[in-house]
Design a protein around this ligand. Sequence first.
Ligand SMILES: [Zn+2]
Length: 324
Amino acid sequence: MALHGGIDLGGTKIQAVVVDEDHSVLGSARRPTPTSGGPADVVKEMEVALRDAAKAAEVEPAALAGVGVGSPGVIGDGSVSGAGNLPGWEGTFAVAPTLEAALGCQVRVDNDVQVATDAEFKLGAGRIYSSLLGVFWGTGVGGGLILDGRAWTGLGGAGEIGHMVVKMGGARCTCGRVGCMEAYAGRAAMERHARKLQQEGRKTDLFKLMEQRERTRLTSGIWTRALDNGDEMATDIIDRAVRALGAGIASACNLLDVEGVIIGGGLGIRLGHPYAKRIAAEMLPHLFADSRPPHVHVAALGDLGGAIGAALLLERDREPAASG
Ligand SMILES: [Zn+2]
């Protein structure tokens, strides 16, 4: 039986899985993404995570039929360039050859958000649809597209829903532009906004919670705890994020008219169904075809979706080319 490995390389964590031919997870492992060093250090941690997952699945990495990697940044020929959320990764690093040499099996690399969208389409909440939009609400806001049963990657840069403009001349985004959805809804942007409001004298327990949990950033767990505690500032910032998501996702739906929208990502999964419903409600005033709005779901594969999707990359070799 052919076993595949999958690695989801994120800004905060590296998730690895080993799956069988039915996509059942036989072993998984998670490691924090290095915050210093460079691409070689990050890839070393990816190797360790995959080895741990393989150990849990009781298989040698070299015995795997292959390993897929979902990565941020620009992907080309097994290399990753300009992954801004990863330490020292402004240039290009040959991820696939490095991992192949370390693990002793073939390695494929593709965009992290697209592989997670593919996984939801093939195995998760999107199975019932032939067109869908994946929205990954985490550190940033990523998007993946399936149109007419196929991944749509454009010329390589499609799906960047986080940079849909929801306010002309609005808040500064990490991409350098202004008014992007991510500048209101991304976890990193919300944290910057929270710090600014606190400096201006507004009260919040967000940063106290962060210290108590010995974290260096406002994780999804800290946001949800603050919301549960009724923290007024946290509630305001999340409400603003939900409104931005509603406007941005509805605009994308006006253009593409997809059947379903899948909400994933660290915050999306942590906040879950009640927030998917809230996003759907915030979309409604902006939807042109508002008599039949798209269905909005939470990603069914949860935290492991990205890694499972990465493992599916090896299967793509056996199908007609679906994406670039
Ligand atoms: Zn932007």
